[in-house]
Design a protein around this ligand. Structure first.
Ligand SMILES: Nc1ncnc2c1ncn2[C@@H]1O[C@H](COP(=O)(O)OP(=O)(O)O)[C@@H](O)[C@H]1O
Ligand SMILES: [Mg+2]
Length: 272
């Protein structure tokens, strides 16, 4: 059964197109290169696109897992040999986008033996506040909320945090500010969001860090290669590496929580 070593991390945002999938992919690549096996799960069930970023054409996806008794390890695609695997979503399947509790429970029961093989489970979630996003986000040990300095990104992130806090009782959030000019812009953006969370929700989000706007990111998308692999010395790659180091420190500090299971204890799915 599970060895209870897996930290579940979800990557989420209020607004789409802020960099979630690229961040999940590249932080994942850093963890793998650091010797931590990682499963990257595409949970953007409406607009899955990690397969495109990775340049892979998966044979199967999560729909197959729900429809059959196929071993989940056969659905996962190897991104790099030795511990970087990818679990494709089923794009555009309405019952998955609006997944009910029974379906979700079945999915996670089937995936549970697979999760236990990894140090990290990264869930790349769809933008916004649909019920599946909220459920997945409240189950994870760690929530990485991706914001950009755009005012619309800030207001939508605040709305997301508010719904998770008021309707799901979630109070801990780690913020990544993407596409910043410099450290100053990172700090100003974070402070705006943190001030609203503090004032209206009584929540103190944690700044994990920032990632500079870098033309090599869209270039890596065009080439369908992780930035960290294609241009490891670019400014954004440098920032992503620093974030991975901080996330690994966070994992070390959360050993007690991790040993209770692959998801946050209060919402632990019942694997019977
Ligand atoms: N730090 C960055 N610098 C420049 N462009 C970025 C950066 N992060 C993301 N992008 C660009 O933003 C677009 C959306 O990124 P993506 O990861 O697909 O967002 P999401 O998953 O949130 O919808 C991509 O075209 C990507 O190249
Ligand atoms: Mg995405």
């Amino acid at each position: 059964m599970t060895s209870n070593r897996t930290l579940s991390v979800c990557v989420l945002s209020g607004k789409g197109g802020v960099g979630k999938s690229n961040i999940a992919l590249n932080l994942g690549y850093c963890m793998f290169r650091g010797g931590f096996p990682l499963l990257l799960m595409d949970c953007d069930l409406g607009l899955a696109n990690l397969d495109v970023l990775l340049g892979v054409t998966p044979e199967y996806d999560m729909q197959k897992l729900l429809d059959t008794d196929m071993d989940p390890a056969l659905i996962a695609v190897q991104v790099e040999p030795g511990g970087f695997d990818f679990l494709p979503a089923a794009s555009g399947v309405p019952e998955l986008v609006e997944m009910d509790a029974d379906l979700r429970e079945m999915l996670f029961r089937k995936l549970s033996p697979l999760f236990s093989r990894y140090d990290y489970l990264f869930m790349d979630l769809g933008a916004g506040i649909n019920p599946t996003v909220l459920e997945f986000a409240s189950m994870a040990h760690v929530r990485l909320v991706i914001v950009t300095p755009e005012p619309t990104s800030l207001t939508d992130s605040y709305a997301l945090i508010k719904v998770l806090a008021t309707q799901h009782g979630v109070r801990d959030f780690h913020i990544i500010v993407n596409q910043v000019e410099d450290r100053h812009e990172e700090e100003v953006t974070f402070k705006r969001l943190a001030a609203a969370c503090d004032k209206f929700l009584g929540i103190t989000p944690v700044l994990l860090g920032g990632i500079r706007a870098d033309k090599m990111v869209p270039e890596s998308v065009r080439r369908q290669k992780p930035l960290l692999k294609m241009a490891p010395s670019s400014p954004a790659a440098h920032d992503l590496f620093a974030l991975a180091v901080k996330l690994q420190r966070l994992r070390t500090s959360m050993q007690a929580v991790i040993s209770a299971g692959p998801f946050a204890s209060e919402t632990q799915p019942n694997f019977e």
